[in-house]
Design a binder for this molecule. Structure first.
Ligand code: DGY
Length: 308
């Protein structure tokens, strides 16, 4: 805000620490030359139309951009800025955290310690799974997927496989990672992490059949978008113990209602979409948003822009 104000821009902003209500967005966006938005703001045709023809840039404080209608942006000649790279480490760290938490029954362990369920040391109580010699399957081997794989290799993962739109050059050499079919990934991985963008191809890709195809000891982790999982299918799979556990940083919807069945499952750890929530990442993301807006309003090419 300070940087934009110093440049003499008039800022119209939502002053509360919550998403801007849709009606306010549609009203306040009128006449804007730039929009800074969050992943919770749906920037669709209605918003582009409400803004008007002077709109030059939409700058989202996120690496994901599934909330922005790119086709309409293109039609309106509006640049789209986002925040790649800077949140890779933070998100990969949190993916590891959730993988460990789900694999080692952290939810039940914390509850037991806090409630008195913790009695004497017992040899078979709250046993989970370790990584040594296991197979990691990554869906979406982009920056974050690769960072997760290299971290988990340090925990002893033996085989890394991945699935996505195409095979990525160099990954055999750098991570000894192999491109496989979705079916092979789900049926042979011990740990499965979703790090992909939400697209028509990945929407609901983790459905009941996919979970049914997984190993009984499989741990599923999603730090991508809630929309890549058919949540009813996941609930059923966890209830039927088709897989051993799940760790979710993203859900559908967000926030997930507190009475949702996923919260009732001991084998499901849920965090409130905090993958990139480190001070370092968020401060840099904010600066990148402003860099994008400032460049676009000077009619320069934007430093962190989407090519679409
Ligand atoms: C993103 O940037 O898309 C993450 O989901 C939140 O930082």
């Amino acid at each position: 805000m300070r940087r934009l104000e110093q440049q003499g821009f008039e800022l119209v902003q939502w002053p509360k620490d919550s998403s801007m209500p849709r009606e306010t967005l549609l009203k306040d966006v009128r006449g804007a030359e730039g929009i800074i938005c969050m992943l919770s703001d749906k920037i669709d045709k209605q918003v582009f139309d409400a803004a008007g023809p002077q709109l030059k840039v939409v700058s989202t404080m996120s690496v994901g951009y599934d909330h922005i209608d790119l086709r309409t942006a293109k039609e309106h000649g509006v640049k789209i800025g986002y925040t790649p790279d800077v949140l890779t480490d933070a998100t990969a760290d949190l993916t590891v955290l959730l993988t460990l938490a789900a694999a080692r029954q952290m939810k039940s362990g914390v509850r037991a310690a806090e409630t008195g369920e913790w009695r004497e040391w017992r040899p078979d109580w709250l046993c989970g799974y370790q990584f040594k010699g296991k197979t990691l399957g990554v869906v979406g081997m982009g920056r974050i997927g690769q960072a997760v794989a290299s971290r988990l290799k340090a925990f002893g993962i033996d085989r890394v496989i991945y699935w996505g739109r195409n095979e990525k050059p160099g990954l055999k050499e750098s991570l000894n990672a192999h491109f496989v079919t979705f079916d092979e990934l789900t049926s042979t991985s011990d740990f499965i992490v979703a790090c992909c963008a939400l697209t028509p191809e990945t929407k609901d890709v983790f459905n009941y059949d996919a979970f049914k195809n997984m190993k009984k000891n499989a741990i599923f982790v999603n730090t991508a978008r809630g929309g890549v999982v058919d949540q009813d299918g996941l609930v059923k799979a966890l209830q039927e113990n088709l897989i051993a556990g799940a760790g979710l940083d993203v859900t559908n919807p967000e926030p997930l209602p507190t009475d949702h069945p996923l919260f009732k499952l001991d084998n499901c750890v849920i965090l409130p979409h905090i993958g990139s929530a480190t001070i370092e990442a968020r401060e840099t993301m904010g600066d990148m948003c402003v860099d994008n807006v400032l460049a676009a309003l000077k009619n320069e090419s934007i430093p962190f822009g989407l090519k679409y």
